[in-house]
Design a protein around this ligand. Structure first.
Ligand SMILES: [Zn+2]
Length: 332
């Protein structure tokens, strides 16, 4: 009798525990990738950074998985994610950010590819190129010097990662903040990222990624909206048929009224393929023009901002401390 009660107790415990086990393992699910996904903070512990001297790398084009040393992987990431012409201190900042992002992904975001594993798709994990691929895209006269500069950026910051409160951070980065970064809650709705605040950076307007323009005819504009929202209607005679109704602290559109729809700035960005959610629009006859500032989601380190800071004498430590608030750079 006692034995049967014990079995029943074990079964009941398992029924209750099973969902807990599942949700804790997948608590930091990132469904689409670092650029456009919903994020949730995870406190999963413990993890051992040192065991990731090598990682499993999935080549997204061939679907093959290979084992590769972490720093060798980082050569391919830094060279794919940032121009080699950028200042060495900016490249070093990118190396530390990429190492941190990698460690976070392979120890937290198991739902992507499993523990210790990362892929080469920039829309999912991080861009990566093999040395051969990378070298072939540079001119022959500069390829060796460029590669050595990337290697120097990774090797001179060996083992360094960014932590907040003793935990490795989710080190988001993007191309150009337009002068002001964004908090995650305004992009993905995720909270619990005290180290990702709005910060201002001078000099980003000197880069080609800073401003862009996209034009649509009224018909094309309506078609784009109807692809996503089949019940969309708009009265072009109404002076306020398109209106940005609220802005974020980072200066991006938070809510936009378009005809009978109310969208977030991020939704407008994705619907019309804009480089960022920092946009203005003008309607001139049959033409709707979006004027866009910055490139990317705007969260974390701006790569052009990092280069602009390095040009005025900032070190990689200064750059990282500028873009990530209240953090420490530690050796793993
Ligand atoms: Zn991936």
């Amino acid at each position: 009798m006692k034995k049967i009660s014990l079995y029943i107790l074990i079964i009941i415990s398992l029924i209750f525990l099973f969902p807990v086990i599942l949700t804790s393992r997948f608590s930091s699910v990132e469904t689409i990738g670092k650029t456009e996904n919903k994020i949730e903070a995870s406190k999963e512990q413990p993890y051992d950074y040192k065991k990731y001297g090598t990682i499993n790398l999935i080549n997204s084009q061939t679907n093959e998985t290979t084992q590769i040393a972490l720093d060798e992987y980082l050569y391919g990431v830094v060279s794919a994610e940032m121009p080699a012409s950028y200042e060495i201190e900016a490249l070093k900042a990118q190396a530390v950010v990429a190492r941190t992002y990698t460690i976070y992904t392979i120890t937290h975001n198991f739902a992507k590819h499993g523990e210790g594993t990362i892929c080469t798709a920039s829309t999912c994990c991080q861009a990566w190129l093999s040395k051969e691929e990378r070298m072939s895209k540079w001119s022959e006269s500069e390829s060796e010097a460029n590669w050595q500069k990337i290697v120097q950026a990774v090797d001179s910051t060996k083992g360094k990662v960014i932590q907040y409160n003793g935990e490795v951070i989710d080190a988001f980065f993007h191309s150009n903040s337009g002068g002001k970064t964004e908090v995650p809650v305004n992009v993905w709705g995720g909270t619990g990222y005290p180290y990702l605040q709005v910060v201002e950076t001078a000099g980003e307007d000197a880069y080609s990624q800073y401003s862009s323009e996209v034009n649509f005819s009224k018909q094309d504009f309506e078609n784009k909206m109807k692809e996503k929202y089949s019940d969309f209607t708009i009265d072009w005679n109404n002076a306020e048929c398109i209106k940005i109704t609220e802005y974020t602290d980072g200066g991006r559109a938070r809510t936009v009224k378009i005809g009978n729809k109310e969208l977030s700035g991020v939704e407008v960005r994705s619907t019309f393929g804009l480089k960022s959610a920092n946009f203005k629009f003008t309607i001139d006859g049959d033409n709707i023009k979006f004027s866009v500032i910055g490139y990317g989601h705007g969260v974390g380190m701006s790569q052009t901002g990092a280069d602009a800071m390095a040009k005025t004498g900032s070190t990689y430590v200064d750059i990282i401390n500028h873009f990530y608030t209240g953090i420490e750079i530690v050796n793993i």
